[in-house]
Design a protein around this ligand. Structure first.
Ligand code: UN1
Length: 495
């Protein structure tokens, strides 16, 4: 690693036309500058979109099973390189090594799974209301897709978008987060190695505010798939709406775990720890609210706090570390501002609540795993996505009160309930307003072949993950009627 990285446009590696670059640093040691990346401007974006547009007709005509072969070959390379890539990911993004391995694995799973669509991509044949006439529908690609991915899953989320886009026959301009461009580049290099035709997958670096903005406005971009903040998502939806682009958004979460009196305490503690502090709380699916019934409250909180005290914060390459750094200084201070606001609003800070910047923590962006008690739905801590290792706890009397609290936010991504009572487990499945509900398991850990996404401000109605939901995003339906009667037949019974 090191030196200058480039954009990948039309099968060639190129700097930004302006020659300008930006650095990427290791969040566990900000003195470790990993590399410099092109700050792409309007000409670079135009070149990338143009190259995708030129490659589109040829790629759209390539048989889907052939397109899928590129995904399988890419998956094979990722398997061989899994732990090398994971190490680079820990250095660039901070998550602990075993989680980084999971991120690469999710990309592998996704590529393998979606390659199957190359031989499936089912359409529909259905009876016609008229004799001697066939009615059917098949899927066609959309066109040039702008894929804009976040930094928290630098390999999995790009693959969630690239694999379905490619297998459906679209061409792509991919802009990884400017915080994780190394991993974005390493992924594109894999597709170059398997000889994906030039122009089918283009890579462009730069910030969301500049490069991303140019990309979403480009008139030849027909589809935008974005994962990130609600605020940016709303802006993209507006831009896309005005230009009638297809748009798929995966946005924030404020994911609750409900623990009922009859729950297995140890199991719940394990799940809450993993959901709230795994990936340093930087998942859209992270557990950020804990809603606990009165009877189990004292023992659950006592056990949980004891376990939080033992979490080791540090560089994710150290195998004894549980919680890695926060992505950057901006996020670190944003987390701390939420924590200060929590105290001001009357929540009780039980553990953590501080930036760690002494000794071994001096050079990185580290935050102490934090837990607040006495949090109520009117507080900022309860409502806003913090994207850091901060868990807010609320005490409730009943299942009904727990559901009401769980639903009292503008997000609806993931959720969980710990109970041994089937009655309440099934009611939670139905009554929690979220795209995903886990029973006796944490809010994180979705599998690639099921719908992933949420309700309310978490998204705009699309789901990633499952092939059948992804195909709805990345393809268009074409309906065909074949009338072989040899005469004019009129539908709707018109004589
Ligand atoms: C995200 O946080 O944006 O369910 C994605 C999970 C992972 C995906 C998280 N499989 O936590």
């Amino acid at each position: 690693m090191g030196g200058n990285f480039l954009n990948y446009i039309g099968g060639k590696w190129k700097p930004a036309r302006s020659g300008e670059t930006f650095p990427v640093v290791n969040p566990a040691n900000c003195e470790d500058v990993i590399a410099y990346f092109p700050k792409s401007g309007v000409e670079d974006v135009n070149d990338a979109v143009e190259s995708a547009a030129q490659a589109f007709p040829g790629w759209a005509r390539t048989p889907a099973p052939k397109r899928a072969e590129f995904l399988l070959k890419a998956a094979d390379i990722l398997i061989a390189r899994k732990w090398d890539l994971a190490k680079e990911m820990t250095r660039e993004m901070g998550k602990i090594l075993k989680e980084a391995g999971g991120d690469v694995q999710e990309a592998i799973d996704c590529a393998q799974y979606l390659a199957g669509e190359g031989r499936r991509m089912l359409g529909a044949v259905t009876p016609s209301e008229l004799p001697n006439k066939w009615a059917m529908a098949f899927r066609k690609p959309v066109g040039v897709c702008a894929l804009i991915s976040p930094w928290n899953f630098p390999m999995a989320i790009p693959m969630w978008k690239i694999a379905p886009a490619l297998v459906c026959g679209n061409t792509v301009v991919f802009k990884p987060s400017s915080s994780t461009p190394v991993l974005g580049t390493l992924l594109v290099e894999v597709f170059e190695e398997v000889d994906l035709p030039p122009g089918v997958l283009n890579l462009i670096h730069g910030s969301g505010g500049e490069t991303g903005e140019l990309l979403i406005h480009h008139p030849r971009v027909q589809l935008i798939s974005f994962t990130g903040s609600v605020e940016t998502g709303k802006h993209i939806a507006e831009v896309a709406g005005k230009q009638m682009k297809k748009v798929s958004l995966e946005l924030g979460g404020k994911n609750p775990v409900i623990v009922l009196d009859d729950a297995d305490v140890d199991l719940a503690v394990e799940g809450i720890l993993w959901g709230a502090y795994g990936t340093t709380g930087q998942r859209c699916t992270a557990t950020s609210r804990l809603i606990v019934q009165d009877g189990i409250y004292p023992v659950l909180l006592q056990n949980l706090i004891q376990r939080i005290q033992k979490l080791k914060v540090g560089n994710g390459l150290d195998p004894t570390v549980d919680v890695g750094p926060v992505i950057n200084q901006h996020q670190l201070h944003k987390i701390h501002a939420y924590v200060q606001k929590g105290t001001q609003e009357g929540a009780t800070l039980r553990i953590g609540g501080e930036i760690l910047n002494q000794g071994e923590y001096k050079k990185g962006n580290f935050y102490a795993p934090t837990l607040f008690e006495d949090v109520s739905p009117s507080m900022t801590l309860f409502q806003e996505e913090i994207f850091g290792p901060v868990l807010s706890v609320m005490r409730v009397r009943s299942f009904e009160e727990a559901i009401q609290a769980a639903n009292a936010v503008r997000f609806g991504l993931s959720s969980s309930i710990y109970t041994r009572d089937l009655h309440f487990a099934f009611r939670a499945m139905e009554e929690i307003d979220a795209g995903i509900t886990y029973i006796n398991a944490p809010t994180i850990g979705s599998e690639v072949h099921l719908p992933f996404g949420g309700v309310k401000e978490t998204g705009n109605g699309h789901r990633e993950g499952a092939a059948w939901t992804l195909l709805e995003i990345f393809s268009e339906w074409k309906t065909i009627y074949v009338d072989y009667s040899g005469r004019l037949q009129k539908a709707q019974g018109i004589e």
